[in-house]
Design a protein around this ligand. Structure first.
Ligand code: ZN
Length: 85
């Protein structure tokens, strides 16, 4: 399934491949191509992209971030589910 990606410079907008929530990625942040679906409720920043599944589950249960805390790949063209790490 192809995810539609909207590029409104400098931001990309697309649906999380896991939960469908709209995700916003700055064009300067796609270098390592790994992301986790989550925005910290306090800082408003994206959660750490290389967290472990344990950490993601802990954040999800604590409900301190918006998003499903599942990992995905994004290179500016394609959005794919991936594994943690
Ligand atoms: Zn998600």
């Amino acid at each position: 399934m192809m995810t539609e990606i909207y590029y409104d410079r400098p931001f990309y907008h697309f649906a999380c491949p896991w939960c469908g929530t709209m995700v916003e990625v700055h064009e300067g942040e796609i270098n390592c191509q790994k992301f986790v679906c989550g925005i910290d409720k306090v800082s408003g920043m994206g959660v750490h992209p290389h967290m472990s599944e344990e950490t993601a589950l802990a954040i999800f249960r604590a409900n301190t971030a918006w998003g499903c805390l599942h990992p995905f790949f994004f290179d500016g063209k394609v959005v794919l589910k991936r594994t943690y790490g």
